[in-house]
Design a binder for this molecule. Structure first.
Ligand code: ADP
Ligand code: MG
Length: 609
């Protein structure tokens, strides 16, 4: 229930929808019930023996609260004054047309309101989920979660809308309809209605047995669907490798196994859901048969003053009573999957970013002196990756991080833009602890280029101007020139407006990287962070990219990680990191003279290159 109300809270302001909905529904229920109620007097007036007689009318017209009486009164009035039964029939048909028209008009209006509410809820829910996911800390996003997030945003939200708002409709409209019908039934025959109240719970019990297991199945089904999306995503992004390693069979089997699990859950759920309808239909006809029997018994034995017209109207209304009852039970079977999906979506909304601005965080606008690591240690879960790091990156200098793979270089770099927080120690920019300044202003001081060129399916121009809406075409072009990208961009079909495809697949690795560099140049930050920016490239494009990087680093403070040591020999300071500790620090010449790990790494590369 709590989940349900929280989901509803996304419909804010709910009164805007609820009030008109309640009014329209009440009017709809009133008119549609009246059509059925009027059936009794109508049949009696037409078929009973004394219908054609002129009955004296006494007293004033009955009030609007006694619809049936009032109807009878006017009907008699018509028989008396306008040509007998034929006139009365015309009158009745006219009234029925008006009531049916009004009933359906209000039904349409109430459904329209409900649709608006549904779309509105969905809009808010999707927006909230997406915004919250984007705000989460980087550590949250690993591959296994990606499919899960996609399936939550794409399909669970959809399930929520259909079941939760559909139930909302049911929660108000169907009970009101049932009450109106019950009132009508009681007004026709109390005895018969009391009898039928005895048999309704029996069928309700049978239905509830059927829907009981549906919730557990719904949860399992959605989880399985999330896995399937993960596999799909992984398979699509790794298709080249999958084919190259002849792993198609493995990948296909893995996907199909999940697919089969999902299908068998879906099948078993459908079986139960489908069972609900035929069972309830059979039950309702059985109930009606019992009522006909009992009512007939009462009439045959003159134990009731029920006349034919009213009895038929009674059966008519009772058979209609099953429809809202069925709608309620159907929606209970639906709401389980809706609540399960809702819980998954809300869990994603409740996920709090581990890294967020301190309440009194200030924006930093300038960078004057340098970046300092003070006794910084960092661990992923249990595993210590950096320990006791003390490091100065003075303004205007180029600092290179080298060392064996897995030594913690990327992790160290991630601490500067606060992608992760260290467990102990502090990272300072000038003399501000980076935890005391806003992440946005901190990141605005930095440009990033790393091994994977992260590009978006858009034009070259928009990829360079990414995140900088006020860039002019001249600035974009100048940035591309600095990044050695201008000439190849002009050679593409549509120049700067060329679309680069999904993740930039229409470009070569070196070209992608140069676009990323142009992007960093354009944003013109004082600090550059480069993580293996040339590692994924062949020697020729590496040369072009390296030139571009050298342009990029001019007059800036840079921290670079490069595994090809020839590219960092000119760095002002070279820091050697091994197993999370700084083991050596100095210029190229100092370190060569030191005859330590750096020297060993250099020697190894001169052999292999
Ligand atoms: P480098 O960049 O020097 O090659 P990294 O900083 O990427 O090294 O990784 C340092 C260590 O941290 C490695 O042993 C790696 O296994 C581990 N590591 C890196 N990222 C994660 C992560 N997201 N979760 C857990 N361990 C990680
Ligand atoms: Mg790395």
């Amino acid at each position: 229930m709590k989940t349900y109300f929280r989901l509803l809270s996304f419909a804010k302001p709910i009164e805007k929808f609820a009030i008109p909905y309640i009014i329209f529904t009440l009017l709809y229920v009133f008119f549609s019930t009246m059509v059925l109620v009027l059936l009794g007097p109508l049949l009696n007036a037409l078929f009973s023996t004394n219908a054609h007689a002129v009955v004296a009318q006494t007293g004033p017209a009955p009030s609007i609260f006694h619809m049936s009486e009032m109807f009878k009164y006017y009907m008699q009035y018509y028989i008396n004054n306008y040509g007998g039964p034929w006139g009365a029939l015309k009158f009745v048909c006219f009234i029925i047309i008006i009531f049916v028209f009004l009933g359906n008009l209000f039904r349409y209006l109430s459904q329209r309101t409900m649709e608006n509410l549904r779309v509105h809820t969905l809009l808010n829910l999707r927006k909230t989920v997406f915004n919250n996911v984007m705000d989460l800390h980087l550590g949250y996003f690993n591959n296994e979660r990606k499919g899960d997030i996609i399936s939550k945003v794409a399909s669970d939200v959809q399930v929520v809308q259909f079941s939760v708002t559909a139930t909302l409709q049911v929660i108000f409209k169907e009970p009101v309809t049932m009450i109106a019908y019950m009132v009508a039934l009681f007004s026709i025959s109390t005895r018969l209605t009391l009898f039928s109240l005895l048999i309704i719970p029996v069928s309700a019990f049978i239905i509830s047995r059927i829907v009981k297991r549906l919730k557990a199945q719904a949860i399992a089904g959605q989880q399985s669907y999330g896995n399937m999306i993960s596999y799909l995503d992984e398979a699509l992004s790794g298709i080249k490798i999958i084919k190259a390693f002849n792993a198609l069979d493995f990948i296909k089997k893995r996907f199909n196994k999940e697919n089969e699990t999902y299908s068998s859950i879906a099948r078993s759920m459908a079986r139960r859901q489908q069972l609900a309808s035929p069972v309830s239909e059979t039950l309702s006809v059985t109930m009606i048969a019992f009522i006909v029997m009992y009512g007939g018994y009462l009439i045959l034995n003159h134990k009731s003053d029920l006349d034919a017209g009213h009895f038929i109207a009674y059966i008519g209304i009772f058979s209609q009573l099953m429809r809202p009852a069925k709608a309620i039970s159907d929606s209970f079977s639906n709401i389980h999957s809706g609540i399960a999906a809702g819980e998954r979506v809300l869990a994603l909304i409740d996920e709090k970013p581990l890294i967020k601005d301190a309440p009194n965080a200030t924006a930093i606008t300038e960078f004057n002196e340098g970046i300092h690591f003070k006794n910084v240690s960092f661990a992923y879960q249990e595993k210590e990756v950096l320990s006791g790091i003390n490091l100065n990156i003075p303004k205007g200098k180029t600092v290179a991080l080298v060392g064996p793979s897995g030594g913690g270089k990327s992790t160290l770099m991630d601490l500067i833009p606060r992608f992760t927080d260290p467990q102990s120690g502090e990272v300072l920019i000038d003399d501000h602890n980076i935890k005391s300044i806003t992440a946005e202003s901190l990141r605005a001081l930095m440009g990033f280029v790393n091994q994977e060129s992260i590009l978006f399916n858009d034009s070259i121009y928009n990829n360079i101007a990414f995140g900088k809406v006020d860039a002019t075409p001249e600035q974009v072009e100048a940035a591309a020139k600095i990044a050695n990208a201008h000439s190849f961009i002009l050679e593409t079909e549509e120049g700067y407006s060329t679309n680069i495809g999904d993740r930039g697949t229409k470009l070569s690795g070196g070209q992608r990287q140069r676009i990323c560099i142009a992007r960093a140049v354009l944003s013109n930050p004082p600090i550059m962070l480069l993580d293996e920016a040339t590692s994924a490239l062949d020697t020729e494009s590496e040369k072009l990219v390296q030139d571009a990087l050298n342009n990029l680093m001019k007059n800036r403070t840079s921290l670079i990680i490069a595994h090809r040591l020839s590219t960092i020999q000119n760095a002002d300071i070279i820091v050697v990191l091994e197993s999370g500790k700084i083991v050596e620090q100095g210029t190229h010449h100092e370190l060569i003279g030191h005859n330590g790990l750096y020297r060993k790494l250099i020697d190894m590369q001169t052999f292999t290159n």
